[in-house]
Ligand binder design. Structure first.
Ligand SMILES: [Cu+2]
Length: 434
């Protein structure tokens, strides 16, 4: 308190005045001071501020003025008014007014909610621009964002062979308007214009270069999730690299180790909630090197007639498998007697998705790309953000059979604007050819 007093004292005292009993002075102290002043110097009552008060430290004078103002308010609002206000009748009147106001606010809010939940996402306005975390990212006008030219992602990543014989991939970070379901466009943050981005396929032991060209309106960086690369290639600015600014490009350069064989992925590691939640990820599949310790076991465990990569996440308020919501998710077409290898990847920024396959059990053969010493059998597997699972199953059923593969958090089986009776979100169908 003395520090406080000092900082406010300009010219008079640096210590508490003797006429106050507590420090800082209470209202009672100030009243007592005022009474003393009245008794001692009646002449000065006519003045605005008694001269004794003028000699006080400035902060004490302010308190005195404040107490004077409070007193004049009390005079303007006599006790009878307050007594009426706090009488049973007065309280009843006040509570009635409050009740009416609250009911009014509640009705307004529920009207707004209704409007929000029944409207479908706008096809071109900023309301569709909030990415997977609606409300968390800043709004952006999407009028200049081009429509996606491809309907599906997971296409093989393009590469050239550099003069030194090294495989060199190039991907362009760009925004597109993407349709999770036909007719509904959402703003997507992509690599090469698709959700998921291109699939990088390489073999352990290979040296790769990957150039990211940034055509986004903000900086970015790509992280190689699950690969044991040097820190300056890990893609988490400011560690090891600076963010790739709009208009700039950056080339990652690393060698895949034998231990990197398996199902991995890449994703943005800059403004991640917006960029990963907006679709900026893709598969990084590393085949085992022939002759390595991983080769025989992996080829045996993951051998299948069908090899499919599935990303689970959210995009612009939609629950998506490979960027699409049911009924627009791509069906998995199988023939009776085939074996199927699914690479499941958790690309959601906050939720895990327990994926359940109807009519079949599957073998979990690898987790986070690494082969399990002993596969285990399940029909539901929770894919948490960041995880990958390799599962295989035998297509035993009769030609023409159809089985759903879906998230078992049932609120994830709806698209914005759908009611409980409709199906959407994280469902895809396994369809047997006839
Ligand atoms: Cu889910």
């Amino acid at each position: 308190m003395t520090i406080d007093a000092k900082s406010h004292t300009e010219d008079v005292t640096k210590t508490p005045a003797s006429f106050v009993s507590t420090w800082p002075p209470t209202e009672e102290d100030l009243n007592a001071v005022e009474r003393n002043l009245k008794q001692a110097k009646p002449v000065q009552q006519a003045g605005q501020t008694p001269s004794a008060v003028e000699q006080w430290p400035e902060w004490l004078q302010k308190q005195w003025v404040a107490s004077q103002r409070r007193r004049s308010w009390l005079i303007a609002h006599p006790p009878s008014f307050r007594r009426r206000l706090f009488s049973p009748g007065g309280l009843l009147a006040v509570s009635l007014v409050l009740l009416l106001v609250l009911v009014g606010i509640g009705m307004g809010a529920s009207l707004l909610n209704q409007r929000g939940s029944t409207s479908t996402p706008s096809t071109s306005s900023s309301s569709s621009s909030s990415g997977g975390m609606s409300g968390m990212s800043s709004q952006q006008s999407t009028s200049n964002v081009p429509d996606a030219t491809q309907q599906y992602g997971n296409q093989p990543a393009k590469f050239v062979m550099d003069k030194d014989g090294i495989k060199h991939f190039t991907m362009t970070a760009q925004q597109v308007m993407w349709q999770p379901v036909k007719g509904q466009k959402v703003l997507a943050w992509t690599l090469d214009g698709t959700v998921p981005g291109p699939m990088i396929q390489a073999t352990a032991g290979e040296h790769v270069r990957i150039t990211i060209v940034n055509h986004l309106p903000e900086a970015t960086a790509i992280h190689w999730h699950g690969l044991e690369v040097p820190t300056d290639n890990d893609g988490v600015p400011p560690i090891g690299m600076k963010p790739i600014q709009p208009g700039q490009s950056y080339t990652y350069d690393f060698t895949l180790r034998d231990e990197d064989a398996g199902t991995h992925w890449y994703h943005s590691h800059y403004d991640d909630i917006k960029q990963v939640g907006g679709g900026m990820y893709g598969a990084f599949i590393v085949a085992p090197r022939p002759g390595s310790a991983q080769y025989q076991p992996m080829m045996k465990a993951e051998h299948a007639d069908i090899d499919q990569t599935l990303f689970f996440g959210m995009l612009g308020g939609y629950y998506v498998i490979n960027g699409k919501s049911f009924p627009d998710t791509q069906a998995l077409t199988v023939k009776h007697g085939q074996t199927v290898h699914l690479r499941l990847i958790g690309a959601d920024v906050q939720m895990m998705h327990p994926m359940h396959l109807h009519g079949h059990s599957f073998q979990v053969v690898a987790e986070d790309g690494h082969l399990l010493p002993a596969p285990y059998t399940k029909d539901t597997i929770a894919v948490a953000p960041g995880e990958t699972y390799d599962v295989t199953f035998y297509a035993w059923a009769a030609p023409g059979s159809i089985y759903p593969f879906h998230c078992h958090i049932l609120t994830h089986l709806m698209n914005p604007g759908q009611s409980g009776g409709e199906m959407g979100g994280l469902i895809m169908l396994v369809e047997y050819q006839k």
